[in-house]
Design a protein around this ligand. Structure first.
Ligand SMILES: C[S@@+](CC[C@H](N)C(=O)[O-])C[C@H]1O[C@@H](n2cnc3c(N)ncnc32)[C@H](O)[C@@H]1O
Length: 247
């Protein structure tokens, strides 16, 4: 008796099953929280170590874990305004199958981000100098995140950037936006003073209320969920998970 060879769709399904079977059924991060942060800090030059400690005291382990769970655990992930690559290095350690692509206009930051990733053995990460508004970025991405960057973009460009990010994501891909909302006012004022110490008084800062971000994202074809994240300091953090609907 002769048997027919499996059809191409059957072969693809068999190969997917084989790949899934070769993986452990449940994966939990081995390196996370303070250990992962310590590794990132140690991989930085001395001056940036101080900055990164301040940054990780704002984006604390619990806040990072919230975002970690929202982000795709593997595949290509875009880090918009990646800076020194602190969070690419963090999220790359918790889920090593992530291939993070960072973009930032600051050449020095990108050089350091590359160096940090190399030191941590995250060789699949890549970093490019560029402005998210016009850099050549090739999708599709399995996920994307924008951590405290949206309010640094001019108000008139913010929607266009989110629209661009939607176009770069796979259907069902999640865009995680961490930003600062505008209430309570005292929290916003506190954050703005600290932001101004970093960027000076000339750069426009364009914060928005979390509901405004939600409406903008849902108008662009995302399903939106968000949480306000309490902090011992008065930062009015908001984390938004926007899932791309449709094609
Ligand atoms: C407050 S820092 C946050 C850096 C990093 N996301 C983090 O959380 O540590 C803002 C970053 O946004 C970057 N940035 C500002 N305008 C940008 C733009 N148009 N496109 C991409 N990145 C931008 C800055 O260079 C800077 O590194």
């Amino acid at each position: 008796m002769t048997t027919n060879p499996p059809s191409p769709p059957r072969r693809a399904l068999d190969s997917l099953r084989a790949r899934l079977a070769s993986r452990p059924p449940v994966e939990a991060p081995e390196v996370y929280g303070k250990d992962a942060i310590r590794n990132v800090v140690r991989a930085l030059p001395p001056l940036e170590r101080a900055y990164s400690r301040a940054r990780f005291s704002i984006l604390r382990p619990k806040l990072l874990s919230v975002m970690d769970l929202l982000l795709a655990d593997e595949g290509r992930i875009l880090d918009v305004g990646c800076g020194f690559g602190l969070f690419a290095a963090y999220f790359g350690q918790t889920h090593p199958r992530r291939r993070i692509v960072g973009i930032d206009p600051d050449e020095r930051r990108i050089r350091i981000a590359r160096d940090v990733s190399a030191r941590l053995g995250l060789g699949a990460h890549e970093f490019h100098v560029g402005d998210v508004r016009d850099a050549s970025l090739v999708g599709p991405f399995d996920g994307a995140y924008v951590l405290d960057v949206m309010h640094h973009l001019p108000e008139g460009d913010q929607r266009r950037v989110l629209e661009r990010l939607r176009g770069l994501l796979k259907p069902g891909g999640v865009l995680v936006v961490k930003d600062i909302t505008t209430e309570p006012r005292v929290g916003l004022l506190f954050t703005e003073v600290l932001d101004r110490l970093m960027v000076g008084w000339r750069e426009p800062l364009a914060y928005r209320h979390h509901r405004e971000w939600g409406e903008m994202l849902s108008g662009l074809g995302f399903k939106v969920r968000m949480v306000r994240v309490p902090d011992v300091l008065p930062y009015p953090h908001v984390v938004i998970a926007a899932t791309k609907l449709g094609a």
